[in-house]
Design a protein around this ligand. Structure first.
Ligand code: CA
Length: 687
């Protein structure tokens, strides 16, 4: 019966049942019936996130419903964290990660769990992360599943059993705040992984390991280290000329490669997207000036050796957290009558770049969102023409885009038939103010600036804190259509030959849009904020769409999505097909009881201010939002129990397993008291 249903548009179904596996596997119009995998992070070697499947299409999208859901995730404690992984589907099995770098293998037809691998990351490691215990997925090759763990290991697992075959420590210094949240990428015979931590004072690099043995093959540093040591490779010596001698080597420089990489197998070249500087303001980081290579750059590396082929810096002397770590797509485009092998990216800084990926030549760059820090990109020099609005050294400035970028980590998709890139674009400014100085403190946020967005839902946020899915013509460098802003935060994107684009959002809807004009064909309520990118695959003549639900990541500190305020922020893998059923919404949250206001005896303004400093340096990256149960615990509404256990939680690690770290080694008794005093005073003021 299932076969009949799926063959309906061919007509003469009775006959078709018999020929489905032979006849339907051939011919472009019948691709919807062929078994089709999603074999690597970006679907294909080009990271286009575009599937040829067309069973689910403009005409049938309305029949989309739930086939099955998987919710057997290992979570820890009460905090429901973000789900950011792109699943891989090979051989009828889905491989994906949840929080805490745990890997799952489930039957792609039924959602039944086959195995689970928990690398048992120490909950304490959350102190070394900026943006939640998230993970963006695995790589699969040669009978192995590869995962980068939050605490900096690269693990190779047996694809059949999930048993670990080898493990490599990818960190150069385990005291520094390195973490891995990105998906490893396969480049030739190597598996490559970078890391995060540029907000916490680290020095960026990527490492390549042999797929079979796990032996390290090469390592490429993205920024110079302390000049007291030797430069590791020639590219570092070259980069050093773009840093002033008095640069803050102690803070690390930043330049982490925390998400995007793409491998061109024909050229045998790996492209890496490099992150922001540490600290953020260039005047604090490299006081004597300089572009600070290879921050905020796309760098092309020989996959075999790690030697640099070319580099292009999107934001010289970055002072705004304008990472170039965003999703990069390879394609062949006709530009000025010439076919070019190109690489394209919409990094945080607001410009959409098209470069020749053989030579690194900049072909074009235009604003895909509102940009005020630069007027345009000069194609002769390849450099931005600054407006002056971006300089907040002496006074605070409101600047577009924000530190969250015109586009963040959520993957784009490229429909090569329509020639359109779909950008999950964020319209948001932030007000930047510079600190006077920055001093290194282990595992602390060391950005050297404040950047404040308007609070979502506030009058200042009207028409700005919003996700707009933008269909971008990379040849003409202009938007063809923009979706209505339906949510303040949008998820990753999938495009298919069925003429559709699929994206979830923070309000908990999975939307299917017409790829040509952005018309919403179907909007599926799931009750859980979606930030991950959907994938599609086909088995036994059935096309499926899978997406992880669960709101979180770096954006969570500002506000849980509307869905997350109403329902339990439930981590699930939802898989849809034509003729499926409605998604069962998770349980509605009960309103928080208002806990008593606490007072502390020692409340001099200086002591409160000291508590605020302790909070900002150690707690603010998680606990800034006074929100719903799905968020990090609201310290402005502590229960009596929590208040009584405050010292045990902060200084004895009572909730360490769940990801509330032990701060005993950095905060003395007086500082913990100052923290309590600050929270009590602030709680009183906010009631
Ligand atoms: Ca950053």
């Amino acid at each position: 019966m299932r076969k009949l249903f799926n063959c309906w548009f061919l007509g003469a179904c009775v006959l078709v049942v018999c020929v489905c596996f032979t006849g339907c596997n051939r011919g472009a119009e019948n691709v919807g019936f062929k078994d089709a995998e999603w074999a690597s992070h970006g679907h294909d070697g080009y990271e286009q996130r575009y599937s040829e499947l067309k069973g689910i299409n403009v005409g049938t999208a309305n029949e989309l419903g739930l086939a099955w859901s998987f919710d057997g995730f290992t979570t820890r404690g009460q905090v429901r964290r973000g789900m950011e992984a792109t699943p891989i589907m090979v051989g009828g099995v889905l491989y994906f990660t949840g929080t805490w770098s745990v890997v799952y293998a489930v039957d792609a037809r039924t959602g039944e769990l086959i195995w689970e691998y928990d690398p048992e990351v120490d909950g304490q490691w959350i102190r070394k992360t900026c943006c939640d215990a998230v993970n963006r997925g695995v790589a699969v090759r040669d009978g192995k599943v590869f995962v980068g763990t939050l605490d900096g290991y690269l693990d190779a697992l047996d694809i059949k059993t999930g048993v670990r075959i080898w493990r490599q420590d990818t960190l150069i210094d385990r005291r520094r705040a390195y973490s891995i949240t990105g998906a490893p990428r396969i480049a030739g015979d190597n598996i490559v992984i970078g890391n995060g931590g540029a907000e916490l004072g680290v020095r960026g690099y990527v490492s390549a390991y042999n797929l079979q043995t796990g032996e390290m093959v090469w390592r490429f540093f993205t920024v110079p280290g302390d000049p007291k040591g030797e430069d590791e490779h020639i590219e570092i010596t070259q980069a050093r000329t773009t840093w002033s001698k008095d640069s803050r080597w102690d803070v690390g420089g930043g330049g982490t490669v925390w998400d995007s990489m793409v491998y061109d197998s024909k050229l045998d070249v790996l492209y890496i997207g490099v992150g922001n500087g540490s600290p953020w303001p260039s005047w604090l980081r490299s006081p004597g000036g300089g572009d600070n290579l290879y921050l905020s750059s796309i760098v092309a590396l020989e996959a075999k050796t790690g030697k640099m082929v070319w580099h292009y810096q999107t934001t010289p002397a970055d002072s705004w957290d304008y990472t170039a770590t965003q999703h990069m797509i390879l394609a062949r485009l006709t530009i000025n009558g010439e076919d070019r092998d190109i690489i394209m990216q919409a990094p945080k800084n607001g410009f959409f770049y098209v470069l020749d990926r053989v030579t690194g030549e900049l072909l074009s760059a235009e604003k895909y969102t509102r940009v005020t820090w630069a007027d345009r990109i000069d194609l002769e020099t390849g450099r931005p023409v600054l407006t002056g609005i971006g300089n907040y050294q002496k006074e605070g400035k409101t600047i577009w885009p924000s530190t969250a970028g015109g586009h963040n980590w959520q993957p784009m998709a490229y429909n090569k038939d329509l020639g359109l890139v779909y950008i999950p674009m964020l319209e948001l400014p932030m007000t930047f103010t510079s600190h006077q100085s920055v001093s290194f403190q282990q595992d602390s946020i060391l950005v050297g600036a404040n950047a404040r967005p308007p609070r979502p839902g506030s009058p200042q946020a009207q028409g700005v804190f919003q996700n707009v899915l933008t269909a971008w013509d990379p040849v003409a460098q202009k938007a063809v259509w923009k979706s209505k802003p339906k949510s303040w935060w949008g998820g990753g994107v999938l495009a298919t030959a069925g003429g559709i684009v699929i994206q979830g959002n923070a309000e908990g809807y999975l939307d299917v849009l017409n790829a040509k004009d952005g018309t919403v064909l179907k909007s599926i309520p799931t009750g859980v904020g979606i930030i991950a990118a959907p994938i599609t695959y086909a088995l036994d003549g059935e096309q499926y769409i899978s997406v992880l639900t669960g709101f979180g990541g770096g954006i969570k500190r500002y506000l849980p999505g509307v869905a997350a305020l109403k329902y339990e922020n439930k981590p699930q893998l939802l898989t849809f097909k034509l003729g499926g059923v409605a998604v069962v919404l998770p349980e509605e949250l009960e309103a928080d009881t208002l806990n008593p206001v606490y007072t502390e005896s020692n409340v001099s303004p200086e002591f409160v201010a000291e508590g605020r400093r302790v909070f900002m340096g150690n707690c603010g990256r998680c606990h800034a939002f006074r929100g719903a149960k799905n968020g990090y615990p609201n310290l402005w509404n502590m229960s009596e129990n929590t208040y009584e256990s405050f010292d045990a939680i902060v200084s004895e690690g009572a909730l360490e397993y769940g990801g509330m770290p032990n701060f005993k080694d950095v905060l003395d008794e007086k500082q913990v008291l100052a923290l309590k005093v600050f929270l009590a005073a602030d709680q009183k003021a906010s009631r």
